[in-house]
Ligand binder design. Structure first.
Ligand code: APR
Ligand code: ZN
Ligand code: ZN
Length: 368
């Protein structure tokens, strides 16, 4: 039996269950003893109803651990390997994977929507009842089973807390800047929302050679962190319209590239309105289902030739991008230790959600 934090209903505190049974991995699945898990805003989004959830469910999708057991036909990893969990288990052979857009993998998408693994079923139970697993993972548990395609092998000496963050916030944020957007050296980049994901957009933009990086948030602590991660200017969105301020900073032209990294209608509008003619607005934050994009077709998009582009999982090819990000971390270009505001035990998960809502932390990370 093992321990896991379980969502039992919308906006209910997670329950710490100690009676979780994890069955043996099936074909092309691996059992993982979790080393660490980040607490990401998407976990909170599932809990508060922004994203659809199927309780009872083990939340958590930003994790790293050690392979404890492998199922039949597993060939790419072995017992004892250290791995990062990829919450888009990229099958490698569907319509999208064959177009080198594995982050849109249709098999992964079906799993995500099912609350289970690739076959739609789950490997965890508590009190005899099945537990769903968020994003074919469920990293808020000491032990989990994930698809083989949902892990990426990492060096054994990489700190588990750092590795966990790579699995979502870093792949998504740095990937948004390095893969999804087309940032040219010298570009003016604006980032709205400087949480765990937004800070990684900032450092991805820095690595891509952006000339100016304008960080926008309502929280001064986050704006200070943004500077440490590479922002060259900050705007406190609580003190006036960020669009007007970006326009002023760019001689009335607007930013070359903007990123929305919160998932709110008004900030999505801001991201679109603050780019220059010919600019790109990259939408990273996950909005509620009923949020609409309102933009005049001619004056807003055609005449100004604006690109409005969604970003899912940082457009990442996880098998290539995780090693690349680890190299950037080792060379000192990618700051990962600095993202960890708090190290907690799984018993403190509900406090971690509170800290996220008050904006105190970039990331709380559970150490198992
Ligand atoms: N204007 C500016 N900043 C804001 C606003 C606003 N109106 N509202 C919130 N923020 C800031 C918060 O102060 C915080 O710093 O947005 C940041 C959000 O950060 P986190 O809560 O840490 O969220 P994060 O984990 O970074 O995820 C951001 O990306 O992957 C998605 O689902 C995730 O939609 C979420 C988004
Ligand atoms: Zn696929
Ligand atoms: Zn996440």
């Amino acid at each position: 039996m093992s321990k896991a934090a379980v969502m039992t209903g919308q906006n209910q505190p997670l329950e710490i269950r100690t009676d979780v049974e994890v069955e043996a991995p099936r074909a092309k699945e691996v059992k993982i003893r979790m080393g660490a898990s980040g607490v990401c805003h998407s976990d909170l989004s599932m809990l508060n109803g922004t994203m659809f959830a199927m309780p009872p469910i083990v939340l958590g999708h930003e994790g790293a651990g050690v392979i404890e057991e492998i199922g039949p036909d597993v060939t790419s990893v072995a017992v004892g390997d250290h791995v990062v969990i990829s919450w888009v288990p990229q099958c490698g052979d569907c319509f999208f994977c064959n177009k080198e857009q594995g982050y849109l993998c249709e098999n992964a998408n079906a799993a995500l929507a099912s609350g289970g693994l690739l076959d739609g079923t789950t490997r965890m139970t508590s009190g005899g009842a099945p537990l769903s697993q968020m994003a074919a993972a469920g990293t808020f548990g000491e032990v989990s089973i994930v698809p083989e395609s949902g892990v990426v092998k990492i060096p054994n000496d990489l700190d588990m807390k750092v590795a966990a963050l790579i699995g979502c916030g870093v792949l998504t944020g740095a990937g948004a800047a390095m893969n999804t957007a087309d940032i040219k050296p010298g570009d003016v980049v604006a980032v709205i929302g400087c949480g765990g994901v937004g800070l990684n957009v900032i450092q991805g933009a820095r690595i891509k050679g952006a000339g100016e990086i304008i960080a926008i948030d309502m929280n001064e602590t986050k704006l200070q962190m943004a500077k440490e991660f590479g922002a060259t200017a900050t705007i406190n969105a609580a003190q006036g319209d960020p669009v007007a301020q970006v326009m002023e900073m760019t001689g009335g032209h607007g930013a070359d590239v903007s990123f929305e990294v919160i998932g709110l209608g008004p900030t999505i509008d801001q991201a679109i309105n603050m780019i220059r003619r010919g600019g790109q607005a990259i939408l990273v934050g996950v909005p509620k289902m009923d949020v609409m994009i309102q933009v005049p077709a001619f004056l807003g998009v055609v005449l100004n030739e604006k690109t409005i582009k969604g970003c899912w999982y940082g457009s990442s090819n996880v098998q290539k991008d995780v090693p690349k990000l680890i190299e950037l971390y080792k060379s000192g270009e990618l700051k990962l230790d600095e993202l960890i505001s708090r190290t907690i035990s799984i018993d403190e998960i509900n406090e971690a959600f509170e800290a996220m809502e008050t904006g105190e932390v970039a990331r709380s990370v559970i150490q198992y």
